[in-house]
Design a protein around this ligand. Structure first.
Ligand SMILES: [Zn+2]
Length: 185
């Protein structure tokens, strides 16, 4: 036992137990010395050169990640950072409105733009809005025809419903005509 203690005194980074030392000897025949961890995972002390155990806490020195695994981890970290940067830049661009100028819409989508329709139909803004509302009311009147009536009261209610939709459409079209005249262009 005193021999063991003396051994630890001389080479404190060597394991005091001879059983573990044998295991180390066996392991040392395998050339894995460069693939050992740089610092102790328990106390984060740097390992001494060629040591198998931490000289501070006595923890076993683990094997470092293989170069391939380290490269994979680096690639994954890079991808993650890139993704985060993309998300941040996208959010910032969205916030400042720059992203909308970068997005390429299909060319035919410009025909759905309000001003394109406006120049195509030749109506003023108020007239076009009233026209669209009137078209919606006509569609509502047509959809009222899809309702099925089982009793006379139901049928009457549907007729009133349809008449109201058509009245709303008429009002919208009249409003469009008035807005066109008042805008004067
Ligand atoms: Zn340690």
């Amino acid at each position: 036992m005193s021999e063991v203690a003396q051994q630890t005194q001389q080479e404190f980074w060597r394991p005091p137990s001879p059983v573990v030392a044998d295991g180390i000897v066996v392991r040392e025949t395998i050339p894995i010395i460069p693939a050992m961890a740089e610092a102790c995972p328990r106390c984060s002390t740097e390992f001494l050169l060629g040591s198998r155990f931490c000289h501070t806490c006595g923890g076993r020195r683990p094997e470092a990640l293989s170069p391939v695994a380290k490269a994979d981890a680096a690639v994954m970290a890079g991808l993650w950072e890139q993704g985060v940067a993309h998300v941040y830049s996208f959010g910032a661009g969205l916030w400042s409105g720059q992203i909308w100028s970068k997005i390429k819409f299909p060319s035919w989508l410009r025909y759905l733009h309000f001003h394109e329709i406006q120049s195509w139909v030749g109506l003023s803004t108020g007239s076009l809005i009233a026209f669209v509302i009137g078209l919606g009311c006509v569609a509502g009147a047509l959809l009222a025809g899809l309702l099925t009536a089982k009793t006379l009261v139901d049928w009457q209610a549907i007729q009133f419903y349809r008449a109201e939709w058509l009245l709303a459409a008429t009002a919208a079209f009249v409003a469009g005509i008035l807005l066109k005249k008042s805008s004067g262009d």
